[in-house]
Write a protein that binds this ligand. Sequence first.
Ligand code: SF4
Length: 266
Amino acid sequence: MSISITARAEARPNPTRSIQNRLPQQRPVRSPVLPSVQGVFSYHLVRVSRNRKTGPIPVTTTSANSCPPNCSFKGNGCYAQSGPLAIHWNAVSRGQRGSTFDEFLQEIATLRRHALWRHNQAGDLTPEAPGVIDARKLTRLAMANRGRRGFTYTHYPPTLGNQAAVVDANRLGFTVNLSAETLTQADNYADLGIAPVVVVLPQGVTKSTRTPAGRQVIVCPASTGNSDCLNCGICQQRDRASIVGFPAHGSSARRVEAIFFQEMHP
Ligand code: SF4
């Protein structure tokens, strides 16, 4: 998952593009988010989001089986696993909404030029194996984004292979932020020098803070109600110096905080 913003499930079903028929039938379950069928991924695009935090930009959701096994928030505080977004994510994960990767790329390629769009309000990059980013698919996505201003976040571990995939995407103009779970991890990711970094913060934080190494962490202005992605766009800036912080929120915020504070109280 990317550490980011709560979204409302405003997406409309698209039965003509559904991959439901290729998935085993399952009883409808609303929450928590179901594990998707291994190896079958579903991608959903809303062209004009009604999420007040993103503003009216294109926003996507990827089935839950895209999330890497190492994400500490998986089933343990992930903001997307509760509330309206969880209902939408379930539908995408079951293949009731969304499309195949090839269809998804075609949709991205039709976004207007220079459009700011956010990939994965829930879900992560497509893997080729557990914990391993599918570099070819990421490159194809970055190519489809050309001329547009797509951005996303990833919880995939920065192994050498994953680093190369992320570097390539950023070089092609598709911004991939590395999502850290603690301030120390944010420093470690920033030390790699391969991509911009975001990090979770304790709930209620409204002012900038610093990492142990002294890097500035600015608070996402959408989390304080002062802006939205359309008017901010800092997560799309690949060369920014600041780390973006997202205060924990939602019904599982305390679990996110527990992970955040673990490094301070081992
Ligand atoms: S920092 Fe800006 S671009 Fe990033 S999530 Fe917040 S409002 Fe959107």
